[in-house]
Design a protein around this ligand. Structure first.
Ligand code: SDX
Length: 399
């Protein structure tokens, strides 16, 4: 009926879903996590501290932070079976398919974490088992992304290092030439990725997070729920948009082609990826911060030539009444792909760089749902608009 629309529980008149994790003011372009504005977290926090804030509700004290970081960074290894599974994937598998497969398999390798086997109340009021699996899932997400990169590069897997930062360790596992090598990623890029991870960590009840909460409400294990959420994020209307933006800008090719492309968008022949949002009817605050981060990355890696087309496209759209009337502004995905391109990631790796940090938001909402409403399954209703009551017609009497 509505063409391309992301599923939104609110459309089905389901009760508003209350949460203490994230607040968005779409008209003002405002975002905060547990009361802290995203601008302050991006400037002052790091990804693991923000993940702790999202999941446990407050900024950790030093001792809490050190223990949390120690635990997550010491749960980054993958089981041998899982490493073999990832290693068996085709070199050209889309990394999001690898990510989905890996987390589905992780559920199989963790029977002790499976309510189907251990009883439906496994996670209800059992903080130890919940926290242990939160730490495992967060720790392993970056390793899955790094290992899928190594499959693409046809290079051996590099074991994670617990002495590095979260994003730094992922870059180390991707870039290092050999295990134990004294290689350290460029600190500017490690910090840039930490900021991008903070910005992508959570965003209220978006498509993939509502998937995590929806699927998790059936009391499936959290690994399978993460696999389902990653599948939702994979779509080009959601987390796959950062990849689609670069494909779009490459297709436009030059500043001179921008007016023609925007004309095609207005005729509904094209979609302006990286623009528009179900909630933001103003510029996405994350987009502004990412644009600032891009300058740091371009200093370290060289200026990405496509940025000139991206700037011209953004300026032309913001000056065009068609886009302004529809309240279409740059969202989180508009600039991030240009950063990843400058850093040298293959194009189809951009969505996994969204998925890894978003695991923190998925886990936060999964924990919140189980801690507050226990085993309350999500079951939205539909408004029936089909045929009225009628009797069965035998085959021979049908037209
Ligand atoms: C993310 O929900 C979240 O919080 C998501 C996210 C997160 O952090 O989790 O913020 C991450 O997914 C960001 C969005 C990334 N996706 C894209 O950039 C893809 C391009 N954007 C569009 O597909 C769209 O804007 C959506 C999917 C993001 C939002 O869809 P909506 O809310 O259903 O938009 P809409 O259809 O209500 O838009 C109103 C009008 C429509 O036209 P009319 O029917 O009124 O004629 O604007 C048009 C739409 O066709 N429109 C666009 C457009 N976005 C909306 N036209 C061209 N290009 C676009 N990008």
């Amino acid at each position: 009926a509505n063409g391309i629309r992301i599923f939104d529980p609110a459309y089905l008149n389901t009760a508003a879903i209350s949460s203490k994790i994230t607040f968005i003011d779409g008209d003002k372009g405002f975002l905060m996590h547990r009361g802290y504005p995203i601008e302050q977290l991006a400037e002052k926090s790091d990804f693991l501290e923000t993940a702790y804030l999202l999941i446990y509700g407050d900024l950790p004290a030093k001792q809490q932070y050190d223990l949390w970081k120690y635990e997550v960074m010491h749960h980054t290894f993958l089981a041998d079976d899982l490493t073999k599974l990832i290693g068996s994937m085709r070199y050209d598998s889309h990394p999001m398919s690898v990510f989905i497969s890996a987390f589905a398999a992780m559920g199989a390798f963790a029977p002790e974490a499976n309510p189907a086997l251990q009883g439906r109340n496994l996670y209800i009021n059992n903080k130890d088992i919940m926290n242990k699996n939160i730490i495992r899932i967060l720790g392993k997400a970056a390793t899955v992304a790094a290992f899928s990169m190594r499959v693409r590069m046809n290079r051996p897997f590099i074991s994670p290092r617990a002495d590095l930062g979260y994003a730094e360790n992922m870059l180390y596992m991707m870039d290092s030439m050999s295990e134990g090598e004294n290689y350290k990623p460029d600190a500017r890029l490690a910090r840039a990725l930490e900021i991008l991870f903070i910005l992508h960590a959570d965003h209220e009840m978006n498509c993939s997070t509502s998937t995590m909460t929806h699927v998790g409400s059936s009391l499936v294990d959290p690994y399978s729920a993460v696999a389902a959420s990653a599948a939702a994020l994979y779509g080009p209307l959601h987390g796959g948009a950062n990849e689609a933006v670069i494909r779009m800008i490459e297709k436009i090719g030059s500043v001179e082609n921008v007016p023609k492309f925007l004309a095609d968008v207005k005729e509904k022949k094209e979609l302006l990826f990286g623009f528009g949002h179900r909630v933001y009817k103003n510029t996405d605050p994350r987009s502004k911060i990412i644009k600032e981060v891009s300058e740091t990355v371009f200093e370290a890696c060289g200026r990405e030539p496509l940025i000139e087309v991206a700037i011209a496209l953004k300026d032309a759209a913001l000056a065009d009444p068609w886009f302004v009337e529809k309240k279409l502004y740059p969202n989180v995905d508009y600039w991030s792909g240009l950063i990843y391109k400058a850093m040298g990631f293959p194009l189809d790796f951009y969505p996994i760089l969204f998925a890894v940090p978003r695991v923190a938001g998925w886990l936060a909402h999964w924990k919140q749902a189980l801690d507050t409403s226990g085993a309350k399954i999500w079951r939205p209703r539909q408004v029936y608009v089909g045929e009225k009551l009628r009797d069965y017609i035998p085959m021979e009497q049908r037209a």
